[in-house]
Design a protein around this ligand. Structure first.
Ligand code: CTP
Ligand code: MG
Length: 227
């Protein structure tokens, strides 16, 4: 039973606008990617790590992450879209992996408990598992600047990472994927093939650092000892 973690960390971070790839942006003195991997390893459920780094940054990333002491750390270059980067990560997995977690470097404060509950659900027989939170805003459908519907938010959830998968179906979904309309998450690719996707409870601190205000929140949580 081997669990691999694939960490897409090759995005440019355009919405954050820090001028460096987002995974390398420091918060409380350390890059987002370092915070993310530290929490993943603390879960105790990860055997192999594949970090998908911005092209040209592999050596730098390896140097940043080696103090964390992952038993098997592989660093590969990413692609143009997140989906391409995950595919690059999957290609670097060793033989014998049966569970794969895919976790955004940008969700740098996700606690170890979420990794454990996702892996437990996959080990319990689920093909695909996503951590979710209820949606707190009212959500409306808009066309050409006008509201056409208010969506019943009791049916909606926001989806986080790590997402967990049985390895073979995840690989098959990436092989079958449509490069023209890239998916924003991996579970969506399995859904498209008709697989059931199970949910587990997400965590407020597993938010994705996307815009500058998210960095302020991450900084505050870390300095206040809340993450
Ligand atoms: N990612 C990646 N390869 C890409 C695009 C994204 O590995 N070509 C990773 C990011 O590094 C991040 C995660 O996927 O950890 C989620 O993506 P997102 O939050 O959109 O990050 P960026 O693409 O870097 O940000 P932006 O869309 O604002 O440029
Ligand atoms: Mg992006």
């Amino acid at each position: 039973m081997t669990c691999a973690l694939v960490v897409p960390a090759a995005g440019r971070g355009e919405r954050l606008g820090a001028g460096v790839p987002k995974a390398l942006v420091p918060v409380a003195g350390e890059p987002l990617l370092v915070h993310a991997l530290r929490r993943a390893l603390a879960s105790g459920v990860v055997d192999v790590v594949v970090v998908v780094a911005p092209a040209g940054e592999q050596q730098h990333v390896r140097t940043l992450l080696s103090p964390l002491g992952a038993a098997d750390l592989r660093v590969v270059a990413g692609g143009a879209e997140r989906q391409d980067s995950v595919r690059c990560g999957l290609a670097a997995l060793p033989e014998g992996v049966d569970v794969v977690l895919v976790h955004d470097a940008a969700r740098c404060l996700t606690p170890p408990s979420v990794f454990r509950s996702v892996v437990a659900a996959v080990r319990g027989g689920a093909v695909a598992v996503v951590p979710v939170l209820p949606v707190s805003d009212t959500v409306k459908r808009v066309r050409a600047g006008r509201v056409v519907a208010t969506v019943d938010r009791r049916e909606l959830v926001a989806v986080q990472t790590p997402q967990g998968f049985s390895c073979a179906p995840l690989r098959a979904a990436h092989r079958a994927a449509d490069g023209a309309a890239p998916a924003t998450d991996d579970a969506g690719m399995l859904e498209a093939l008709g697989h059931e996707v199970l949910t587990v409870a997400g965590d407020d601190t597993a938010f994705k650092v996307t815009r500058p205000v998210d960095l302020v929140l991450a900084e505050a949580l870390l300095s206040g000892g809340r993450a």
